[in-house]
Design a protein around this ligand. Structure first.
Ligand code: TMP
Length: 200
């Protein structure tokens, strides 16, 4: 089973990844959880280039390809081998982040991004994607005072487009992407996720 979590910064997906991992482990499953970009030696190096707020001159194409490059490495090194070993893989962000941030947010061509993504992931699409939705105001409040990385420093207009992008992607992929209200309590969000998985 391959599960991904998506949402704008501060939505709480990292907490939900941890809770879901422990849930499956208590049921006796082997679970691997990873984050994107990152979780392999090469992908973590790419992550630091992408998030370094000093790198103000990264071009749009370069940004999209770097995210995809980090993804290609994690898919090859971790995701495919783990799925082949019948482990459950939970990923904190995946292809939908590229569509939402680089596509809807930066305005890049969605079809071209789709092509790059499917090349990077060798068509290993997730079975379940949980989009935890919070408002831009809530995101700002939660990130308050944290030192913001290159992506987090983009303005409100950018994050509004990214959030709307995630909402649009949910409409386009209703069987895979499940929108969860991020204002609910951590426990409530977790139990909604479990219900959706068990229902299927
Ligand atoms: P994180 O802070 O959730 O670990 O994600 C890193 C940042 O990178 C976050 O601001 C979202 C952004 N991002 C993209 O712009 N495109 C992508 O494809 C991915 C995976 C993340």
């Amino acid at each position: 089973m391959f599960i991904t979590f998506e949402g704008i910064d501060g939505c709480g997906k990292t907490t939900q990844v941890k809770l879901l991992k422990s849930y499956f482990e208590t049921k006796g499953f082997e679970v691997i959880s990873v984050r994107e970009p990152g979780s392999t030696k090469i992908s973590e190096q790419i992550r630091s280039i992408l998030l370094n707020s000093k790198n103000t001159d990264i071009g749009l194409e370069s940004e999209a390809l770097l995210f995809s490059s980090a993804r290609a490495q994690i898919v090859k090194e971790v995701i495919i081998p783990s799925l082949n070993d019948k482990k459950i893989v939970i990923c904190d962000r995946f292809i939908d982040s590229t569509l939402a941030y680089q596509g809807y947010g930066r305005g890049m061509d969605l079809k071209k991004l789709d092509v790059i993504s499917s090349f990077a992931i060798k068509d290993n699409y997730p079975e379940y994607t949980f989009f935890i939705d919070i408002s831009i105001e809530e995101s700002k409040k939660r990130l308050n005072n944290a030192s913001l990385d290159r992506m987090e420093s983009a303005g409100n207009d950018f994050f509004t487009r990214v959030r709307n992008g995630f909402i649009e992607l949910t409409k386009v992929n209703p069987n895979r992407i499940h929108l969860i209200d991020g204002k609910l309590s951590v426990r409530m969000i977790h139990s909604r996720i479990i219900n959706i998985i068990n229902r299927k």
